[in-house]
Write a protein that binds this ligand. Structure first.
Ligand code: URP
Ligand code: ZN
Ligand code: ZN
Ligand code: ZN
Length: 471
C-alpha cells in the first residue's frame, strides 16, 4: 500500500515546510517538494491512496513517554487498560507510549516486566515500549537492570517518594545510578522527599485536615526542590544520566537548569496539568471534588507563578519533554477511597488523549512555536528514550506515524466525548483552537475525523536503544 499525504505544512523540530509525504507500507519513503522530479515523485504519481492535507499541519505521531495503564496504586488499579488507553491516545494523535512496568521490593524484576508484556501484548492500538520501575533495589534487581537493557528496556524509574511502596533510600539510588552509568541506561526519578512528606501528611490528618487540598499543602515545593537537588548530586557522583519526571515546582526546575548550565546530563519533564491547572482552582475545589486532581508531584499555586515559569522553561529548553503521566482513576469508588482522608486518594490524572491538543493550545496562545510543539511532544521524547529516528520525526526511513492536524478545527474536551476509561475529565470544558483530523500508525489510518479505524493488536512492542542525548 502506497499513500501520499499531499499539500500540508510538514512540521519538524526545526522547520515547517510545504512537502508531500510519500509512504510505502509501514514507512515514510520520501518527502517531496513542489516540482520534484525524482524517482520518488514518479512513484507518488501512481499511489493507491491520496490524503489531502491542504491547509493543515502534518506532524509526527505523538510520543508519550510516561503512562501508567493498569498501574496498581493505593489498593486499586489505574482504570485504563492497554486497549482503552492506547485507543484514547490514538484519538488524540499519540502513536507511541512508553509505559512503566513495575517491580516491588521482594519481587523479581523480570517477573514484573513479563507481567507488563502480558497486559499489553495483542491489546494495543499503537506501538508501545516500557520503562522499568525498580521498587526494590538489591543485588538481584541491579543485575536485572543490565539484562533488561539488552531487551530494549533502557530506562529505570526510582522513587524518592512513597516509603514502603516504591521508595528507594539514597544508598539504593546511588547503587542503581552506578549500574546505569555502567550500562548506558537512563535513571528516571520521582523527586519528592517522601519521608518528610509522610510526617507532614500524618500531622495534617491529626489536625483534621482531610480534604484533597491538603494533598498539595503537605507536598510543598521545598520537598520537590530538595529531592531534585539530591538526585542531581547523586547522579553527579556516579556519572549516571538523570531524567526527572513530572516536574511542577519552578524552584526544582531552576535547580535542574543550573546543573544543565554546568554541563551535566540531567533532563526535565513536565505534564499538561502542571502547565494549566493549579492548587487554588482545581485541587481546592469544594468538598471532595479536588480529588480529581490529586497527583504527585501536586498541582502548584498559581499565585506563586509555577505555571508561567514552566512554560518559560519549555522555551529555554531546560524542560525537554511534555508527557502526560497518564494515570486515570474513576471518581466513583476509586478517588472516593480517600473521602475523609486525602492520603488514601489514588494519585493520578488521565490525559493521554489530550496532550497534543493541550500543547497545541500553547502554540495558539503564543507560548511556544509550532516546531517547539513537535519537538517537546514527539521528537525529543523519541530521542530521549532511544526510539529515534523510527519515531518522533517525519523523515525518510521512519515509521509512518503521522498526524494531520487541523488548525481550523475546535476541540471541546469533555467526559461525554473522551475515549479514556474514566467517569470524569480533569479537563472538562477545555476548548482547543485546533484538532486532530487523521492519524496514521505505521502507514495505516487508525483515526479519521473522530472515527476509530484501528484495532487492538496493531500496536507492536518497541525494543528501545540507548538515549541519543547521552554525549
Ligand atoms: O500521581 C501520579 N503521578 N501517579 C502516577 C505514579 C507516579 O508517581 O508517576
Ligand atoms: Zn512518579
Ligand atoms: Zn508516573
Ligand atoms: Zn465547546
Amino acid at each position: 500500500m502506497t499513500t501520499l499525504i499531499r499539500g500540508g505544512l510538514v512540521i519538524g523540530p526545526v522547520s515547517a515546510q510545504h512537502l508531500d509525504v510519500l509512504i510505502d507500507g509501514e514507512r515514510i519513503v520520501a518527502l517531496l517538494a513542489p516540482g520534484d522530479t525524482s524517482l520518488a515523485a514518479d512513484l507518488a504519481s501512481s499511489v493507491e491512496e491520496v490524503i489531502d492535507a491542504t491547509g493543515k499541519y502534518v506532524v509526527p505521531g505523538g510520543v508519550d513517554a510516561h503512562t501508567h495503564m493498569e498501574l496498581p496504586f493505593g489498593g486499586t488499579f489505574a482504570s485504563d487498560t492497554f486497549e482503552t488507553g492506547t485507543r484514547a491516545a490514538a484519538h488524540g494523535g499519540t502513536t507511541t507510549i512508553v509505559d512503566f512496568a513495575v517491580q516491588r521490593a521482594g519481587e523479581r524484576v523480570q517477573d514484573g516486566l513479563a507481567a507488563w508484556h502480558e497486559k499489553a501484548r495483542g491489546n494495543c492500538a499503537i506501538d508501545y515500549a516500557f520503562h522499568q520501575i525498580i521498587g526494590g533495589v538489591d543485588e538481584e534487581s541491579l543485575k536485572a537492570m543490565d539484562e533488561l537493557v539488552s531487551e530494549g528496556i533502557t530506562s529505570f524509574k526510582l522513587f524518592m517518594a512513597y516509603p514502603g511502596v516504591f521508595y528507594s533510600d539514597d544508598g539504593q539510588i546511588l547503587r542503581a545510578m552506578q549500574t546505569a552509568a555502567g550500562n548506558g541506561s537512563m535513571i528516571m526519578m520521582h523527586a519528592e522527599n517522601g519521608t518528610a512528606i509522610d510526617v507532614l501528611v500524618a500531622q495534617a490528618l491529626a489536625r483534621g485536615e482531610t480534604s484533597p487540598r491538603y494533598h498539595g499543602l503537605t507536598r510543598p515545593w521545598e520537598t520537590e526542590e530538595e529531592a531534585t537537588h539530591r538526585a542531581i548530586m547523586l547522579a553527579r557522583i556516579t556519572g549516571a544520566p538523570l531524567y526527572i519526571v513530572h516536574m511542577s515546582a519552578k524552584q526544582a526546575v531552576e535547580t535542574l537548569a543550573a546543573a544543565r548550565g554546568e554541563g551535566w546530563n540531567v533532563f526535565g519533564e513536565t505534564c499538561p496539568q502542571y502547565l494549566y491547572l493549579s492548587l487554588e482552582e482545581q485541587l481546592s475545589a469544594p468538598g471532595f471534588e479536588g480529588a480529581k486532581w490529586v497527583c504527585s508531584t501536586p498541582l502548584r499555586a498559581r499565585q506563586e507563578g509555577h505555571q508561567d515559569e514552566l512554560w518559560r522553561y519549555l522555551r529555554t529548553g531546560d524542560l525537554s519533554v511534555v508527557s502526560t503521566d497518564h494515570c486515570p482513576f474513576c471518581f466513583k469508588e476509586q478517588k472516593e477511597l480517600g473521602v475523609g482522608d486525602f492520603s488514601k486518594i489514588p494519585n493520578g490524572i488521565g490525559s493521554v488523549e489530550h496532550r497534543m491538543d493541550l500543547l497545541y493550545q500553547g502554540v495558539v496562545d503564543g507560548r511556544i512555536s509550532l516546531t517547539r510543539w513537535v519537538e517537546i511532544c514527539c521528537t525529543t521524547p523519541a530521542r530521549m528514550f532511544g526510539l529515534h529516528p523510527k519515531k518522533g520525526e517525519i523523515v525518510p526511513g521512519a515509521d509512518a506515524d503521522v498526524v494531520i492536524y487541523d488548525p481550523q478545527a475546535r476541540t471541546h474536551i469533555s467526559v461525554e466525548t473522551h475515549h479514556m476509561n474514566m467517569d470524569h475529565s480533569a479537563w472538562e470544558g477545555y476548548e482547543i483552537a485546533g484538532g486532530v483530523d487523521t492519524v496514521l500508525s505505521r502507514g495505516r489510518v487508525i483515526v479519521q475525523k473522530g472515527d476509530y479505524l484501528g484495532s487492538a493488536g496493531h500496536g507492536q512492542f518497541l525494543r528501545r536503544g540507548l538515549s541519543s542525548y547521552l554525549t
